[in-house]
Design a protein around this ligand. Sequence first.
Ligand SMILES: [Zn+2]
Length: 487
Amino acid sequence: MTYDTLIRQALIIDGSNTPGYVADVGVHAGRIRTIGDLSTARAEQVIDAHGRVLAPGFIDVHTHDDTVVIRQPQMLPKLSQGVTTVIVGNCGISASPVSLRSDPPDPMNLLGKREQFCYPRFSDYRNAVQGADPAVNVAALIGHTALRSNHMDDLHRTATPYEIAAMRVQLQESLEAGALGLSTGLAYASAFNAETDEVLQLVEELTAYGAVYTTHLRSEFEPVLEAMDEAFLIGRHARVPVIISHLKCAGAGNWGRSPQLLAALQAAAENHPVGCDCYPYAASSSTLDLKQVTDAFRITITWSTPHPHMGGRDLQDIAGEWNVSLLEAARRLQPAGAVYYGMDEADVRRILAHPLSMVGSDGLPEDPFPHPRLWGAFPRVLGHFSRDVGLFPLHTAVHKMTGLSAARFGLAERGEIREGYWADLVLFDPLRVRDVADFTAPQRAAEGIDGVWVNGVLSYRDGQANGARAGRFLARSGDLRGGFTAL
Ligand SMILES: [Zn+2]
């Protein structure tokens, strides 16, 4: 047969957390057709990949790309890293199902302005993604805060039985239409007053689908262990898997506690499917939260509606210039976004290296001056943390962004290089791959990413997107409880 594409002599790191091997890969009709010796085979396009690594396309399990995949479907910040699938709808906020009566509440404003929330049903969102032809595949969670915003006049309280019933209907319809599961953002003021019981009732809808529960914990600061217990309780109640989003020890008073957190995660994993994602930086980013304003570590402003020219500047400098306290400066800047340099590097490394953790960028595509994780998270794990620091072997780095992720989120026939699987592939130079985006110049494409194929279509090559937009909407493809295996 004649293949569409033949990638010759790459070191194949297949996503299964095993060391690589050299072989040829033949791609046809969007799928990996043959792996082996194809020296006599013919193809429309032949790529000599000697000295390069061929990996499954990276799966960004933690994104806020909900509306950007439709408005800027070329998705360069992700494609340029080798990401071929994004999971949207994290931290309790999703673009659908949403019917706003006013401006989006914090932090739904991270996803865009009011007019961008135009998907009253999940099926509307699914159709819009399909119609937009994004350059990467898109799978979606349903946000708890999004559901609350549809049915509650005041988000600063727990929901009534009637409101919970209405949310359950929308969640069930969304799961039926292919949503992956439910996410919460219980730390945010817009969900913090939701009692555990409200979430317990909602997750009951997940049981029949074996869908996943993901959570931005109620606290990432001192009460983080209690917050993890709440998450595990919720998962056990519905008998569904739990993913803790961007697991971290936030705040100077919390530094050094990652061994405790990981021990709790490990203990929970012994009798229930649990895991976590994390991004490879010691700074976080979100909306500017007065509760997090402190002089214990640096805070920079990423955007501000009343003071747009303050993007990229230190809160300390702004407060000094205005001759006011940090808190008062923050109040004047709101609504705004911020980067908080509030983690300890040793904690970040321990969590990233743990076998239960996956890589997710948590990038914020709306920010005019974003945290560099938006453009750099994946190459930073491959280059900086695996190759340069030696935190784990390259095949483990790849597994944390491919095979593990696909299993945890039920993305069938993706996440590994296997015959018959979809040809989401990334070719990179293991000696050169590195993140270039940093906190002073955050919007820069990684180096060393030589080629990215999405559903078999070459979409990025040698530092340039070629305009191909071959991504698809990915519906939940099965019961996720089977995706978790013992360590
Ligand atoms: Zn979050």
